[in-house]
Design a protein around this ligand. Structure first.
Ligand code: 5MM
Length: 332
């Protein structure tokens, strides 16, 4: 039997990353609308099928994260998404949180929900063919936030989710995202990301989560969107790896979110991290930095499916090349 540790290793295997295609129905629909595509269950299916069938996707992608709607859909030929992905050498995953909702007691802050009935849903997803799951906690930087209450509440929910996944035989992707919104400098992002990670580690330990059976999906440590001076890839890499050093060596791997960075910047930052000798692989689990160019190229036109797939493949190849630099940089 394949253990969760083995699955976690497959997910972070050398040279590959994870494709985040788990936009909820609302988010996906507005992105389709902006691209001139009528948002329907069918158009959302067609778009995800375009992504999953991009030629040679498995060269640079170990898994794809879907939302509930997609995991239960079939390709146009009737093959269920999980089966079609596995047949292509790609592990199917499922986003199981139900979104960041206003947190009672903490005005302006959110807590990610979805714990009610989670064990039953995980059992169903495992039967449907999912190999791993994902839960995203969101933290906003202002002068007063994130509060200690928001950090601990979200970290506890992440840990409860992670423990439930491991009991159900699914690898949890643990995603604490410190948003880029704001005018803060990279130093403030370092401080907040470190505090969030410390709390997540503490909560995971309290619930006996096996770190060798999780994939951490953090933000890269950067300046805020409205800060006047963008940090260089070397500065981002140094700050990010510095924060990550507090994670023990048995963590299966780290797969970054892109957080709204332009695709080329996310790739350059990922490449810069590869020169650091870390006990865990540093790879990608990008959403927008991989799929935005594909959606823009496709625009819902059957005749441009190839263009959409070529755009996805180009960005997957660039990020796979970035993480493959690790082998070269560290063998010198
Ligand atoms: C794909 O977007 C995911 C969430 O979508 P909803 O907000 O609609 O639920 C999101 O969790 C995503 O997987 C991660 O944030 C990574 O995406 P980016 O675009 O930041 O790499």
């Amino acid at each position: 039997m394949t253990t969760i540790r083995q699955i976690a290793q497959q997910m972070t295997t050398f040279g590959k990353g994870i494709l985040a295609a788990d936009e909820s129905i609302g988010t996906m629909s507005s992105r389709l609308k902006n691209a001139g595509v009528e948002p329907t269950a069918l158009s959302r299916r067609d778009y995800r099928e375009l992504l999953a069938t991009a030629p040679d996707l498995a060269y640079g992608v170990s898994g794809i994260i879907f939302c509930d709607e997609t995991l239960n859909q079939t390709f146009a030929d009737g093959t269920p998404f999980p089966d079609a992905c596995r047949a292509r050498g790609i592990l199917p995953g499922i986003k199981v949180d139900t979104g960041a909702k206003p947190c009672p007691g903490l005005p302006g802050e959110t807590v990610t929900e979805g714990l009610d009935g989670l064990a039953e849903r995980l059992a169903e997803y495992a039967k449907t063919g999912a190999a791993f799951a994902k839960w995203r906690a969101v933290f906003t930087i202002t002068d007063n936030t994130p509060s200690r209450g928001s950090i601990v509440t979200n970290a506890n929910a992440l840990a409860r989710y992670a423990a439930a996944c491991q009991e159900a035989g699914l690898v949890p992707i643990v995603e604490p995202e410190v948003l880029m919104a704001g005018a803060h400098g990279i130093g403030r992002c370092t401080e907040v990301t470190a505090a969030v990670h410390q709390s997540v580690r503490e909560q995971l330990a309290l619930l006996n989560v096996d770190l060798a059976g999780i994939v951490l999906k953090p933000n890269m440590v950067t300046e805020g969107d409205d800060h006047p001076h963008p940090a260089t890839p070397d500065e981002v890499a140094a700050a990010t790896v510095d924060v990550l050093r507090s994670w023990p060596g048995d963590l299966a791997g780290v797969a970054f979110l892109s957080g709204g960075q332009p695709p080329q910047r996310a790739t350059a930052n990922l490449a810069a991290m590869q020169s650091y000798d870390t006990p865990w692989p540093l790879t990608f689990s990008f959403g927008r930095a991989l799929v935005s160019p594909a959606l823009a190229a496709w625009r819902g036109d059957e005749e441009r499916i190839g263009d959409g797939q070529a755009a996805l493949s180009a960005h997957v190849a660039a990020n796979a090349a970035a993480v493959r630099m690790r082998g070269e940089l560290q063998s010198v």
